[in-house]
Design a protein around this ligand. Structure first.
Ligand SMILES: O=C(O)CCC(=O)C(=O)O
Ligand SMILES: [Fe+2]
Length: 273
């Protein structure tokens, strides 16, 4: 326990959620963190790839205060943000056929500079279901043989906004970017596999879709192994954050038409390298 400059005693508690990914953080008020608490949380995010903060019941003002500690808040084109709280996206149940997030992905990887961190606060939850799953992409990279690792160095994937464009009615010019499929996290120096679902990464650079597909399917299939994953069952008041540079996530749509509302903020960052 540390005594902060304001005389307050920190009582932060961090517990791993699984052996391979995630930690829960208790004993803090995210809207009012000491410097020491923030430093501990930041290190935990880098170590664990995603964090849960049970019982925060944070409002949008608090969510923005907490989010700003991580960097510049960004907005993603094609998405409509809440009026009055710029940067807060309302993630709603649009029905299973229209959900843009029921597959493994890092957020908005079709941008030149995709968000590095996403922070989500539960607002209204279904009675059952609506979990979010997370997987550790450092471990997916580590699982590759040395030959495959060196073969993939410098290989770039085509990351497109096809799913988002289709689900939000922005078909036509679908934005895309090429990013390395092996990405080095600038804070940890560790390498992670950086890919996404088949509709989002249809091909590798300078290769046809037919040539790319078997390798992409193999790499994508490596990611969400049960022993590298965590499944979050949301509780009222939860805040969850994830690092898109070393994890992917999957929103499970098993709750029919039940209302599920989340507020999400994303943090701007570097071009993947
Ligand atoms: O609704 C969720 O649990 C996560 C949705 C998602 O993938 C996102 O908002 O980035
Ligand atoms: Fe997402």
């Amino acid at each position: 326990m540390q005594i902060a400059a304001n005389g307050r005693q920190d009582s932060i508690q961090i517990k791993p959620l699984t052996a391979s990914i995630g930690a829960s953080v208790c004993g803090v008020d995210l809207a009012n963190l000491s410097d020491n608490e923030f430093n501990v949380i930041q290190q935990s995010l880098f170590d664990r790839c995603m964090l849960t903060f049970p019982g925060q019941n944070i409002d949008n003002k608090g969510l923005l205060t907490f989010s700003k500690l991580w960097g510049e808040i960004m907005v993603t084109p094609m998405l409509t943000y809440l009026e009055g709280t710029p940067g807060v996206l309302e993630v709603q149940n649009r029905g299973k056929a229209l959900t843009p997030t029921e597959y493994w992905h890092p957020d908005s990887a079709y941008l030149e500079r995709p968000p590095v961190i996403s922070i989500m606060a539960a607002q209204q939850l279904p009675d059952a279901g609506g979990d979010t799953m997370f997987c550790n992409q450092y471990l997916a990279y580590d699982a590759l043989s040395e030959g495959m690792k060196s073969m993939l160095e410098g290989v770039r994937g085509k990351f497109t906004a096809a799913i988002m464009a289709k689900r939000t009615g922005h078909e036509g010019d679908v934005p895309y970017e090429y990013h390395p499929v092996i990405r080095t996290h600038p804070e940890t120096g560790r390498k992670a596999l950086f890919i996404s679902g088949p509709d989002t990464v249809p091909s590798l650079e300078n290769m046809s879709e037919a040539d790319s597909r078997p390798l992409l399917d193999y790499l994508y299939g490596l990611c969400p192994k049960p022993d590298r994953s965590y499944r979050h069952q949301w509780k009222s008041g939860d805040v969850v954050m994830w690092d898109n540079r070393c994890s992917m996530h999957y929103a499970v749509h098993d709750h029919g038409d039940s209302v599920r509302i989340m507020h999400r903020v994303t943090i701007a960052g570097e071009k993947p390298a």
